[in-house]
Design a protein around this ligand. Structure first.
Ligand SMILES: Cc1cc2nc3c(=O)[nH]c(=O)nc-3n(C[C@H](O)[C@H](O)[C@H](O)COP(=O)(O)O)c2cc1C
Length: 468
């Protein structure tokens, strides 16, 4: 039973998915370099690493908690969010009721037992916060679950937003403008008051993955984690600050003043580039608590592939039913890690009428975090969008650039995309790489793609093995 970070590490160890690093390591570039090598060598099946001796600190550091696709898949298997959403997809009334019940039954439990089992930590300087890349502006908390409450309706949001350490009591909070935390800060600004914020570092994988998942704003990440875990999320009341997972290794309570911004970065990001210095929110720390023998959790991102690539691939697979609920003719989707999630997206579509592929691509541009995608390519179902060779073949042999490429100007872009002239505002490209017919205005005869004869393939199997 995985009930916290420690039992998760034990589970990983039993599966051969935990690497113990027992030699002394520095939190300054070394932990990140070792983690990055693990990701580059093992990609979707990377191990979690536990650095037991960190130079200058008492706490060990765990990285790559979401590094293995097969582990994530097994953890989230069985009845979960995917089934809940599939029920909605098939839209049978009874399933809708069942689905709604599932969500209500997953409401987290809040305990008011206080910080028993935790010790007070004087300042951030006591935590082994890592510096990831040489030109980073400094140390960053890279896997904080940032918990905020809407000043309007009290709903909770949880997101992972990196936090640059400015000093022992202050950090940045790099929350992109479209994210749930930023919406709450805006609401606090309208209400003319600061926003209380809690940070959880090191919790179970269900809470972590849910914080990263692109869940529609307003749906509780903790309820989502409860569905996936098949047990409610246990929270610890933090007084005026939002409640945190009761199994957090480290808890930080504080606030953000919506009118205060400070330059943040540069930071070596998952695009493979350093994010340029930009103003970010400022988080003021009130209290820090750590479990006895706490484990500090961190994430390392950089030139693809990194652990966020694995988490993203898994979440896309897991949440596909939600996509199909909204647009049933999108059969499959791939966000290649090299496209940094928001720069490139491939979809398979089932075309039912002229322009249907464009409709599917436009619908992606209107959908939550997927709306930030810069380049979308639509393929027929016979092109394997998970095979980059097939993708190149599909684009090369089904696209007439003048007819099939649409440029959309004047739209919101991912703020991490440095290519547009203006921060967060630029253009998109939609490529229709589906076969064209008369209905599409194509006046020639579209050739059939070569598909081998199945019976012959079976026949030649034996003969193939006999080739000497
Ligand atoms: C390791 C890691 C670091 C991340 N850092 C940031 C960040 O600094 N800022 C941000 O806005 N999103 C960041 N994200 C992505 C968000 O956590 C993700 O978009 C999440 O769905 C946001 O939740 P929200 O929609 O509730 O805001 C990061 C994700 C991962 C896996």
């Amino acid at each position: 039973m995985i009930k916290d970070l420690r039992s998760y590490l034990e589970y990983l160890s039993k599966r051969g998915k935990l690497g113990n690093v027992n030699g002394m390591v520095s939190p300054d570039l070394e932990i990140s370099a070792i983690t990055d090598r693990e990701n580059k060598e093992h990609r979707y099946e990377s191990r979690t690493l536990l650095f037991n001796k960190v130079d200058g600190y008492e706490l060990p550091v765990a990285t790559n908690l979401m590094g293995s696709y097969s582990v994530l898949k097994d953890l989230f298997s069985g009845f979960g969010v995917a089934d809940f959403l599939s029920n909605l997809y098939y839209a049978k009334d009874i399933s809708l009721i069942k689905g709604a019940k599932t969500l209500i039954n997953s409401k987290p439990n809040v305990s008011r037992r206080g910080f028993k089992g935790y010790r007070k930590v004087g300042s951030l300087d006591e935590l082994p916060i890592i510096k990831t890349w040489p030109n980073d502006a400094g140390k960053f908390i890279t896997l904080p679950l940032v918990i905020t409450k809407s000043p309007k309706d009290e709903s909770t949001n949880v997101g992972v937003y990196r936090m640059q350490v400015f000093d022992g009591e202050t950090t940045g909070m790099h929350c992109q403008s479209q994210k749930g935390g930023a919406i709450h800060i805006l609401e606090a600004k309208e209400a003319g008051k600061p926003l209380d914020v809690s940070i959880s570092i090191g919790t179970d994988p269900f809470n972590i993955l849910s914080a990263v998942a692109p869940i529609p704003h307003g749906i509780s990440e903790f309820a989502f984690a409860g569905i996936a875990r098949k047990a409610r999320t246990e929270l610890l009341d933090c007084g005026e600050c939002p409640a945190v997972p009761a199994n957090s290794e480290i808890i930080i309570n504080g606030y953000v003043d919506p009118n205060e911004m400070r330059d943040e970065g540069p930071y070596g990001d998952h695009t493979g580039y350093y994010s340029i210095q930009q103003p970010a929110f400022v988080f003021h720390i009130k209290d820090i608590y750590a479990k006895e023998n706490a484990i500090y959790a961190a994430s390392v991102v950089g030139f693809p592939w990194s652990e966020d690539g694995t988490a993203g691939k898994f979440l896309m697979e897991y949440l596909k039913p939600m996509l199909r609920l909204i647009n049933p003719n999108i059969i499959d989707i791939e966000l290649p890690p090299e496209g940094a999630f928001t720069n490139m997206c491939f979809i398979n579509v089932r075309k039912r009428f002229p322009g249907d592929a464009s409709k599917a691509m436009f619908s992606i541009l209107g959908m939550g975090q997927l709306s930030l995608t810069k380049i979308i390519v639509a393929f027929d179902e016979d092109v394997d969008i998970h095979d980059i060779g097939r993708v190149i073949w599909g684009i090369s042999t089904r696209v007439d650039p003048d007819r099939d490429i649409k440029i959309i100007r004047g739209v919101a872009t991912d703020t991490l995309d440095h290519t547009s002239n203006v921060f967060g505002y630029g253009s998109k490209m939609l490529i229709d790489a589906t076969k064209k017919s008369k209905e599409d205005g194509y006046t020639r005869t579209w050739p059939d793609a070569i598909v081998p004869d199945k019976d012959i393939l079976k026949e030649i199997d034996k003969k193939w093995r006999q080739i000497s």
